[in-house]
Design a binder for this molecule. Structure first.
Ligand SMILES: [Cu+2]
Length: 65
């Protein structure tokens, strides 16, 4: 399980964008978002650096949590 804080993930649209970015790396990833807490949990076999790079490329400030 990967856990991140994403400072600028503020609404459902952000969650959809981030989820799409994650699924571009691993189509089978399971993503859980906590918008209020700016947190993202991802169940995936993909490497953390690939997932976080995809999220960053989508325009989000991602840090490991
Ligand atoms: Cu948003």
């Amino acid at each position: 399980m990967l856990r991140y804080t994403i400072e600028n993930m503020t609404c459902g649209h952000c969650v959809a964008t981030v989820t799409k970015a994650v699924c571009g790396v691993d189509a089978h990833a399971k993503v859980r978002a906590d918008i209020a807490g700016r947190r993202l949990e991802i169940a995936t076999a993909a490497a953390s650096d690939r997932i976080s790079a995809a999220i960053a490329a989508a325009g989000y400030r991602v840090t490991p949590a």
